[in-house]
Every structure is written in structure tokens, then in C-alpha cells.
Design a protein around this ligand. Structure first.
Ligand code: MLT
Length: 257
């Protein structure tokens, strides 16, 4: 497919600038930890996850739909009543929390710092897939089957900066889909990510000492275990997409090769 385009958006400045989203398929990564948590929640049987930008919006949705669970973080920690004006969030943003006994059958309203921001930014794209190391093979399978001509891999980043963990995941995906895109227009960012991943793939947890987000989580006794958890590859054969109404759901089971 010589007329394809492949680009990795490394920072919020890139995904927040105007572009023809409707012509693109996007894969969004927030490895530490929002997209990993979403994939974990869906693998545990959650009905769907609605990413929202602010705490106030999440609280209003809870008032309108009392059956939803509220989840999310600020400064990495679960949102408490002090921060939300009186509502205790049910869950934080640790993928280890999204267990079947807590989330099966439930709709979760999630607000996080960068992950929900990136998902909202590309809401008008033709298709938005949610990526993590846990479901990379399933995402690859979807892309190789549908072969979208214009593909954007979106790294949510850390505040306004690039995040190593998201770039590594984008690189791992680039490597897997390279045969379908290398003869088309490939942005330098995709080359950079693809060439970075092999340098660090044998010790992704160790690589997190070079990541701002990784160091923040590793220095926190309650959150430290999230780092090795999020770096596991291929835990779930699950494809997650953001629907036009913003709800992230699992696609029906598709047999992987
Ligand atoms: C984010 O959305 O910025 C992250 O998932 C933050 C976190 O580690 O909880």
C-alpha cells in the first residue's frame, strides 16, 4: 500500500493541534496508566468506560446515572471527597484495581491527567483504538486486518511532554505493522519509535527508571507495583474502541491467528 501514512504523535501539542481527524484511524497509548487500566477493566467484564476531562463532569454524570462507577486520579492518587466537593471516587487509576468483582457489568466514568485528554482529542477520528502492552497483539491483529490507509499512533505523554513508555508502545506497534506501512509515507516520529523499542524491549521495567512517570510511580509504595504490571505484554486478547458517543467498549471476540 504505497499511499499510506503512518505517524506517531509524541506530545499533547501534536495531538491537540487541528487536523483532519475523520480521515485517520488512531491508536491511543497511556501506558502508565490510563489505557492499561481501560483494557484491564474491559478484560474484567466492565460494560464500558467513559473518559471525561474533569472531576466536575464525572460527578455530574454520577448524579444523573447513579449506577456508574467513578474512577480516576489526580497526582496519581484516587480522587477523594476533598477534591471532588464531597464525592468519594470508587476506584483510582491502577489497572490492578479493576477486578471482575468490582467492575463486571458496570459502566465506569474515568478522569485522568493525560490519557483521557488524548482520547478526547481524537474523538472525531474514523476509529479510535485503545492500546496498551497488555493488548498489543489484538491491536496489531485489528490493524493488519483492516489496513487503514492513514494511521496515527497517539502517545498521551506526561503533562505537556513526551513519555518514554508511550513511545515504546508505539514503537512496538510500528515494528509489528511495518510490512503494511513502510512503503508509504512514514513520519520520522514512527522511525524513531520503531528504532527505540528494540533497544529497551528486553527490560521494559528497567527502562521505566528513565521515564518521569515511571519514576513517580516507582517512588510511591502503593503505586510501585503498577509499573511491572503495565509493562506485561499480551495479557489480554482484547480490542477496545471508543464509540462515537465517547464510550470505550470491547469489540466482540475475534479469533486471533
Ligand atoms: C494519565 O492519564 O496521565 C495517567 O494515567 C496518570 C496516572 O498514572 O494515573
Amino acid at each position: 500500500m504505497a499511499d499510506t501514512t503512518l505517524e506517531v504523535l509524541l506530545t499533547p501539542a501534536e495531538y491537540e493541534r487541528p487536523r483532519a481527524w475523520e480521515n485517520h484511524v488512531c491508536v491511543v497509548f497511556d501506558i502508565l496508566r490510563a489505557t492499561t487500566s481501560m483494557v484491564s477493566a474491559l478484560a474484567s467484564g466492565a460494560a464500558g468506560i467513559l473518559p471525561v476531562a474533569g472531576i466536575e463532569e464525572a460527578v455530574q454524570l454520577k448524579q444523573a446515572h447513579p449506577g456508574v462507577l467513578l474512577a480516576g486520579e489526580r497526582e496519581g492518587l484516587r480522587i477523594t471527597a476533598d477534591l471532588s466537593g464531597g464525592v468519594e471516587f470508587d476506584l483510582g487509576n491502577s489497572p490492578r484495581e479493576f477486578l471482575p468483582e468490582k467492575v463486571a457489568g458496570r459502566t465506569i466514568v474515568l478522569t485522568t491527567t493525560n490519557g483521557t485528554r488524548a482520547l478526547r482529542a481524537c474523538a472525531r477520528a474514523e476509529t479510535v483504538l485503545v492500546g496498551s502492552f497488555h493488548n498489543l497483539r489484538a491491536v496489531t491483529h485489528w490493524l493488519r486486518k483492516h489496513r487503514p490507509p492513514n494511521l496515527l499512533l497517539i502517545c498521551s505523554g506526561t503533562h505537556e511532554e513526551a513519555a518514554l513508555e508511550d513511545t515504546l508502545a508505539a514503537g512496538a506497534l510500528c515494528e509489528r505493522i511495518w510490512p503494511d506501512y513502510s512503503t508509504g509515507q512514514v513520519a520520522d516520529s514512527a522511525e524513531m519509535a520503531r528504532r527505540l523499542y528494540p533497544l529497551m524491549q528486553t527490560d521494559l521495567v528497567g527502562a521505566m527508571h528513565f521515564s518521569r512517570n515511571g519514576r513517580r510511580l516507582l517512588s510511591h509504595p502503593e503505586l510501585r507495583a503498577d509499573v511491572p504490571y503495565c509493562m506485561q505484554r499480551e495479557l489480554h486478547q482484547l480490542q477496545a474502541v471508543m464509540q462515537p458517543n465517547g464510550l470505550v467498549t470491547a469489540l466482540p471476540d475475534e479469533r486471533l491467528p
